[in-house]
Design a protein around this ligand. Structure first.
Ligand code: MN
Length: 263
């Protein structure tokens, strides 16, 4: 079993080291770390097609070797699946992201995109993120690493259906504080972005899309509700974003096009 570990926070982020260390404890597992050489958070499913990609060997804080690419998280997964690594990859685990990926965050997330790139390539993908301890101003990956290992072992045993990824979010705190594990649907994220206009020394305006951190609606059964209530959240995500329940409703467009265009 050969696991590719990647992330979107960059190869030297503490979360990916905690993840690699946790997965190396699984018997019979070989772990390769290949991740971006810088932070690609909120880069979504970017792919690099207009310039070459470079890969170099780097050393992580625990002295282990890793590979760093100047591409995106999805690029890292594509490089590995397309033959950069001698051994074929059986599973991709992405994270541990330095903050949660809940609700609509999954659309922006490079962490989740890396897992989706795996699914597109026919390999099971897992994304793992941890809630930040806002009140203490630091992040601890210990509990999230234990959860990541447990979910990875579950996927090794059970597999994942084609084109499905698991989006795992871990609450802040220690394992004994968690109330359990909930399998959830995506909740409703609420963003509080605002445009900040500033003036540069030449008198020209520049802009920041800034604002307060997102909140969310903690509905029962959602990922946002689970994290809010101290549960580990596991959401199965599908690549097929078709709104199946609306196909009939929108079928009227077919007829209308034909009538109005007199085809
Ligand atoms: Mn990130």
């Amino acid at each position: 079993m050969h696991i590719l570990v990647t992330n979107d926070d960059g190869v030297q982020a503490p979360g990916i080291l905690a993840l690699a260390q946790a997965l190396r404890q699984i018997g019979g597992v070989e772990v390769t770390v290949l991740a971006p050489d810088r932070n690609w958070s909120v880069s979504s499913h970017a792919k690099t097609l207009t310039r070459p990609l470079r890969v170099k060997e780097v050393e992580l804080a625990d002295g282990t070797k890793a590979l760093a690419s100047d591409g995106s998280p999805s690029d890292c997964v594509a490089l590995a699946l397309l033959g950069l690594l001698e051994k074929p990859v059986d599973l991709v685990v992405s994270g541990i992201n330095s903050n949660t990926n809940l609700g609509h965050d999954v659309v922006y997330s490079g962490t989740v995109a890396a897992a989706m790139e795996a699914a597109i390539g026919g390999v099971p993908g897992i994304a793992v993120s941890v809630d930040r301890k806002r009140e203490r101003g630091w992040r601890d990956y210990g509990a999230a690493a234990v959860v990541a290992r447990w979910v990875t072992e579950w996927v090794i045993r059970h597999g994942l259906p084609d084109y499905i990824v698991l989006n795992v979010n871990v609450p802040a705190g220690e394992l004994q504080d968690f109330r359990g594990l909930e399998v959830t649907r995506l909740g409703l994220r609420l963003y509080h972005d605002r445009l900040e206009k500033r003036i540069d020394p030449y008198g020209r305006p520049y802009y920041w899309v800034a604002g307060d951190p997102p909140t969310g609606v903690p509905d029962e059964g959602t990922d946002i509700g689970a994290i809010e209530n101290g549960y580990i959240s596991v959401t199965p995500l599908q690549m097929d974003m078709t709104a199946y329940g609306l196909l009939d409703e929108f079928a009227a467009m077919e007829k209308m096009w034909g009538e109005e265009r007199k085809i």
